[in-house]
Write a protein that binds this ligand. Structure first.
Ligand code: THG
Length: 367
């Protein structure tokens, strides 16, 4: 493939200079911004992620900030997850749905205080929907995108590296909680979270100018830990069942179809704009759902949906992400499968641009 032409519409990040110095080999575009996809090779990056520690430029996880007395009300309008028990310092994975119950995004929400929230978004222009609701309902809330850029530390040695730069107190941060930590006189939110199953942190870097100093400090402090630049890894995230908005689900899907029912409490999420629609579909339950799928053979890259066919030759779903897994000696994949074929060990055919391959449905992901 040819290169992507750089322009103002494809934003660089505060860390792009560091990413390029580390030898980034590929990018995707996510929230109109550069997201690295590979440094050494996807397989080498995968091995290193599972054994050491990586610094990830995940600035593309843009923040939609809500500020003002109606912030909590607006936040609850966006999601079927009941937010009443959420405390400042907590992160919640929150499906965001429209009035039909269709998925608009699957961000991590951070409650900074009763009247200040961050929505750490996946790849869709959620800002417009949030601004429109605030305006249409005449809410007393400011909605914008602040100069905050998440930097993730992921991998088994993340705690050790993090403690060297931010102090031993970071070790006490619990999963999906955050605290405020100082870097060179600037206070930043530090959460135990991230788009891998290897453990680690996300630093919500405040101010573009503070990006490279922090990047360099982490690289320097982690030299003997074999720290390296990394990025969300396709193989590892499929093994872990971490969904990719726009790939594995779209506005056409409900949270229940996406296997995100455990993050919904639609009955008590009073004010959620998709509540009535979701209550209607929840009564019957979903008729298709996301599943882990293993596929045999030498697959091409999955850059479009691949139809899934039953033994009788009927279309019963699609594969939307796949990668060859070194640890599981099979191609690991994520797909949407109709109810009639979603049970463990169901055998299917998957139709790719390079022919048809044997696929098997699983009820659980690998990690
Ligand atoms: N971190 C932050 N923002 C993000 C992402 C992130 N924005 C974009 C994208 N990732 C949003 N999607 C996800 C998907 C999965 C998770 C987080 C964000 C995730 N899921 C865990 C799991 O499924 O095991 C745990 C969820 C839970 O138990 O609450 O972490 O990664 N800041």
């Amino acid at each position: 493939m040819a290169v992507i032409a750089p322009s103002r519409r494809i934003r660089r990040t505060p860390f792009t200079d560091g990413v390029e110095a580390a030898g980034v080999k590929g990018y995707t575009v996510y929230n109109h911004m550069l997201l690295p996809t590979v440094f050494r090779s996807v397989e080498e990056d995968y091995r290193h992620l599972k054994s050491a520690v990586q610094v990830w430029d995940v600035s593309v996880e843009r923040q939609v900030e809500l500020r003002g007395p109606d912030s909590a009300r607006l936040m609850q309008m966006l999601t079927p997850r009941d937010l009443r028990g959420m405390l400042p310092g907590q992160c919640y994975y929150v499906p965001i749905v429209d009035e039909t119950g269709g998925m608009l995004n699957d961000p991590v929400a951070l409650k900074l205080s009763e009247d200040r929230w961050w929505i750490s978004i996946a790849d869709s222009d959620l800002l417009f929907w949030v601004k429109a609701l605030a305006y249409g309902y005449r809410l007393d809330v400011l909605v914008d995108e602040p100069d905050i850029s998440p930097l993730a530390l992921q991998g088994p040695l993340a705690d050790d590296l993090m403690a060297r730069v931010f102090g031993d107190a970071v070790r006490a941060i619990k999963f999906f909680r955050f605290g405020w930590f100082d870097f060179q006189g600037v206070s930043m939110a530090v959460a135990r979270s991230g788009y891998s199953k290897q453990g680690g942190f996300e630093i919500y870097v405040d101010g573009t100018k503070n990006g490279m100093p922090l990047w360099n400090a982490l690289m320097e402090a982690g030299r003997d830990l074999d720290v390296y630049a990394g990025c969300p890894n396709l193989i590892e995230r499929i093994e872990g069942g971490l969904l990719s908005y726009g790939n594995d689900m779209t506005r056409e899907n409900t949270p229940h179809e996406c296997g995100l029912g455990r993050f919904c409490s639609t009955q008590t999420a009073i004010g959620c704009v998709g509540r009535d629609a979701l209550l209607r579909v929840a009564k019957e339950g979903p008729t298709q759902q996301i599943r882990a799928i293993s596929i045999g053979g030498d697959l091409p890259v999955c850059d479009a949906l691949w139809p899934l066919m039953s033994a009788k030759g009927k279309r019963i779903g699609q594969v939307t992400s796949s990668a060859k897994s070194p640890d599981y000696k099979t191609n690991v994949a994520i797909g949407m499968v109709k109810m009639t074929h979603w049970d463990e060990d169901t055998e299917l055919d998957v139709v790719t641009q390079a022919g048809t391959f044997k696929a098997t449905v699983h009820e659980n992901f690998w990690l």
